[in-house]
Design a protein around this ligand. Structure first.
Ligand code: ATP
Ligand code: MG
Length: 636
């Protein structure tokens, strides 16, 4: 809406006109990729003047083109990005810092290969980290490829795994209608396999770790018993979605050849966060000379606790010895103070030594750091700042006498409030709610970890199966306790399109939901402030970013009195800093309710690594009556 991309159809003779946000077919395309929500189409469209060549087979078409490159109108790519886009054969590794256009390059490369190099869209497989990112990528491909975009498979590793398990169910010893086990079913399987009631959570954790590592070691017997129970009910669990296809493909040359023939152009975004089993699966799909393009940033590796391993960059280079490596060094996202601060913050533990990252933008204000008396004060401060920004307040001309560019065109969707743990969200939700500021709150956790979703789905399962999904969800929402009905309506709206793709198949819907995470429901077009865990903010960008809770114990997060993986905590801080395009505000509280008791907190050690010249320190907990706030005159 902000871009003015609204479709207005005039009314006539007593009929109302229609205002539409979606063009014909757009909803269908978004549903096709799995999530209704999608960002507005990228403005930097490669609108090729070349007619698209319809694919005749799902393999590479013979390109009847000369090497022109992506010179289509509006395609802004720098020399390195262009080189990456136009590298048309063999393995390619793009290692680059945040905001350098990695994701954009990946999308343009895929479009270029289809439009200019004759790659069949059905032969392209793009893998990214979340369903939301996959949906965004698919939506950004649409203006570049038109209807051909629908033929490209854009998915996550687990989405790909589910597809492979379904396609190869027989070979895995499963029936075709195989489903992903719910948490309840996993718990029952653990008990049936021998876990005592108090041990179930620990057993499931051990089983999951064993499956993710690919070598169960001393847990082999437990895993085998648990798997037998699941298989007898035609069930797999989340980790099986990678482990089963991997086992199958690693031992079956013919099957590997089959899939290598099907997907001849492979693209992987956020490579730094894949784990060894996912890498091995990728390796099965890609021969040593495959057209595999992997993109990532070792300094943004933040899923070590789930087994991801940034050392796989080295393994990639060993396994694909002829790979071309391209570095991108220009940051298009953030202002110079933000880029400089982020580089200083990561420097002590960087995994990309000697890397350059230069901001393309010339303007920029210093970071703001604000000490807060308590966590409540922190939430109030964030609300107050958002109100001031929205009111066109220029902090530097008023607060410290420095000149600052007004940001009067900001709206709610331009703000993100980031924090280390989901437990910190409640204070911000409450304070924003009190101020009447709309927000959306998401974490990186599995959707089924949300009690509300679990309850909603339990009620849906009780509704008559011959009714439409809409009726079933409405009936389920009505069965929820009164105080949960408004938030469940939101999940209903989000889950309904997923359900409608599953026919009447409840088991299939359960499987689809099992591979979704909460962040998949972030709506980038919503005019709401985004409240996100730092993990969930990966890959996103906002004009104004608050990183809250910059305190020892929280960021870095302590386990048992000290950080478990200080380097990964630092990378998480780095990811947070680099989400900001124009303004970055860091807060820390001196006292907060944390893990059940009120504690005195110290500022995060990470703040000390940022040079003073890049910072404006705001005075703490200054109580000002609202009438003292000076508003900028509308007419000045
Ligand atoms: P991250 O590491 O956070 O995932 P990234 O490297 O994937 O970042 P993108 O999200 O692709 O970066 O791009 C960051 C921003 O810079 C986007 O707004 C994108 O449109 C813009 N951008 C990238 N390349 C260019 C370019 N050549 N010209 C103008 N803008 C660009
Ligand atoms: Mg990216």
């Amino acid at each position: 809406m902000r871009a003015g991309a609204v479709i207005r159809e005039a009314g006539y003779d007593g009929e109302y006109g229609v205002i539409r946000l979606f063009a014909d077919g757009e909803i269908g395309r978004l549903q096709h990729v799995g999530v209704l929500f999608a960002p507005s189409a990228e403005k930097d469209t490669i609108a090729s003047s070349r007619p698209s060549t319809a694919a005749t087979t799902p393999v590479t078409r013979l390109a009847n083109t000369k090497e022109e490159g992506p010179k289509e109108s509006g395609a802004e790519l720098d020399a390195e990005q262009r080189a990456a886009v136009m590298h048309h054969a063999g393995p390619l590794l793009i290692i680059a810092g945040p905001g350098t256009g990695k994701t954009r390059t990946l999308i343009h490369r895929l479009a270029y290969l289809v439009r200019q190099r004759g790659a069949a869209p059905e032969a392209c497989l793009a893998i990214t980290f979340t369903r939301r990112a996959a949906a965004e990528m698919a939506a950004r491909l649409t203006p570049l490829l038109g209807d051909e975009a629908e033929k490209v498979l854009v998915t996550t590793f687990h989405g790909l795994g589910l597809r492979l398990v379904r396609e190869q169910a027989g070979r895995c010893g499963l029936e075709k209608e195989v489903a992903v086990a719910s948490d309840e079913q996993r718990r029952e399987a653990a008990i049936a396999a021998g876990a005592r009631p108090g041990e179930v959570a620990r057993w499931l954790e051990r089983i999951s770790r064993a499956k993710r590592s690919g070598s169960p070691g001393e847990d082999e017997e437990i895993v085998a018993r648990y798997d037998r129970v699941l298989r007898s009910a035609n069930l797999v669990d989340f980790d099986d979605l990678i482990a089963l296809p991997l086992r199958l493909l690693e031992k079956d040359d013919e099957l590997r050849r089959f899939y290598r023939q099907r997907w001849q152009w492979l693209f992987v975004d956020e490579f730094q966060d894949i784990d060894l089993c996912q890498y091995r699966l990728l390796r099965c799909l890609a021969a040593a000379d495959a057209n595999l393009c992997a993109i990532g940033d070792p300094d943004q590796a933040i899923y070590g606790f789930r087994g991801s391993d940034a050392r796989l960059f080295g393994r990639f280079q060993a396994d694909f010895p002829d790979c071309r490596i391209i570095a991108l060094q220009r940051n298009y996202r953030s202002t110079p103070p933000i880029v400089d601060a982020a580089m200083q913050a990561i420097e002590p533990e960087t995994l990309a030594h000697g890397r350059l990252l230069a901001a393309v933008r010339a303007d920029g204000n210093p970071l703001l750091i604000r000490p807060c008396a308590t966590d409540k004060d922190e939430a109030e401060f964030v609300v107050e700042m958002i109100e001031k920004f929205l009111g066109g307040h220029s902090f530097f001309s008023i607060d410290s006498g420095r000149s600052g560019r007004g940001m009067s065109d900001l709206s709610f969707g331009d703000f993100a409030v980031l924090y280390r743990t989901a437990a910190q969200a409640a204070a911000f939700c409450e304070a924003l709610g009190r101020a009447g500021i709309p927000c959306q709150c998401h974490s990186h956790e599995s959707l089924l970890d949300q009690p509300l979703v679990r309850d909603l789905m339990a009620y849906v399962e009780k509704t008559p199966p011959d009714h439409s999904w809409r009726e079933r969800f409405m009936a389920a929402a009505a069965m929820m306790p009164a105080d949960q009905q408004a938030q469940s309506r939101e999940f209903t709206a989000a889950l309904l399109p997923v359900a409608e793709r599953c026919g009447q198949d409840m088991a299939r819907l359960r499987s689809e939901i099992a591979i979704l995470s909460d962040i998949d429901f972030l709506d980038p077009r919503a005019e709401r402030v985004s409240l996100l865990t730092l993990h969930a903010a990966k890959g996103l960008e906002f004009r104004v970013v608050f990183i809250t809770g910059c305190e020892e114990g929280i960021l870095p997060l302590y386990f048992g009195g000290e950080p478990q993986d200080l380097a990964e905590e630092r990378r998480l801080f780095f990811v947070g800093l680099t989400r900001a395009r124009e303004r970055l505000i860091l807060t820390h509280a001196r006292r907060r309710l944390w893990r059940g008791s009120v504690r005195e907190m110290q500022p995060s050690r990470f703040l000390a690594d940022i040079a003073e010249r890049l910072i404006d320190r705001l005075p703490g907990a200054r109580r000002k009556s609202r009438k003292d706030d000076r508003q900028l005159s509308l007419f000045s």
